[in-house]
Design a protein around this ligand. Structure first.
Ligand SMILES: [Zn+2]
Length: 255
């Protein structure tokens, strides 16, 4: 007795149909529901998505080599939303921001707060979540990024300045951490403007973290103010971090 084939998902029996070709008759089992076909398509989409994420990971590795620097420092690579024990308003907003992130329509977050209030940690959580979804993210001190560009001008450089600017356009999300602490020479100021222009022109979603006193101080100096104004324009969200440093004081808070 032939065993009746059934849908592996809903259990509905297949029907056996007969087809004739070249003088022969063939019996074929035909599914009477869509379940298995839908599941096959779903698996195919999952596979495609995994391939896309793997490609992004490989691209991120190449960029890391070019910049000769991790895209997120090892300390911050460990930060994830589920590890945060303090679920304040800003944590929730950042979590939602990461969930809703779209490369083409999202805009950056301008975070202002004292040292140790959790700004960089939250940005790291956003970057790590986006990286897991196949977005290429950079979390860097603006000063460190300027150093990389300055190094590219030296004689024995591994990567040209032009290539570095091109590399910058490969990112989906960039965080310029702790801006305002960098020291400017004419060359560094020129790079600062070019970096920001490149990010702006290529619509790279860019977020910023900064200290309120430093921003207030720098806003009085025209060149710095111009940089800060541009960055503010690139960020559609403002987020304030009130209070003193969490560090040391509330050691239980894992941010
Ligand atoms: Zn079925």
């Amino acid at each position: 007795m032939t065993e009746i084939r059934k849908c592996t998902i809903c259990g509905k029996p297949y029907e056996q149909k007969e087809y004739g070709a070249c003088g022969h008759t063939f019996k074929v089992w035909v599914a009477q529901c869509e379940c298995e076909e839908i599941e096959r398509q779903r698996q195919e989409e999952i596979k495609k998505e995994q391939e896309r994420i793997e490609k992004a990971r490989q691209k991120a590795e190449i960029i890391k080599e070019q910049l000769n620097s991790p895209l997120i420092s090892p300390y911050y690579q460990q930060k994830t939303f589920d590890k945060l024990s303090d679920c304040n308003k800003n944590v929730k907003s950042c979590q939602k921001y990461a969930q809703d992130f779209k490369r083409k329509t999202s805009t950056g977050i301008f975070m202002i707060g004292n040292v140790g209030t959790g700004k960089t940690t939250l940005q790291a959580c956003i970057c790590n979540e986006l990286s897991n979804r196949g977005y290429i993210c950079l979390l860097t001190h603006f000063s460190a990024l300027l150093d990389i560009f300055i190094d590219s001008c030296s004689f024995n450089t591994q990567i040209s300045t032009n290539q570095l600017f091109k590399t910058l356009t490969c990112f989906d999300y960039v965080v310029l951490d702790d801006i305002g602490r960098e020291k400017y020479t004419d060359k560094r100021l020129e790079f600062a403007f070019r970096i920001i222009d490149t990010l702006m022109d290529n619509k790279i979603v860019t977020s910023v973290t900064c200290n309120p006193e430093i921003i207030a101080k720098l806003s009085k100096i025209p060149e710095y103010k111009a940089i800060i104004d541009r960055l503010k324009n690139m960020c559609g969200y403002n987020m304030r971090f009130e209070g003193e440093s969490y560090r040391g004081k509330y050691t239980k808070i894992a941010i």
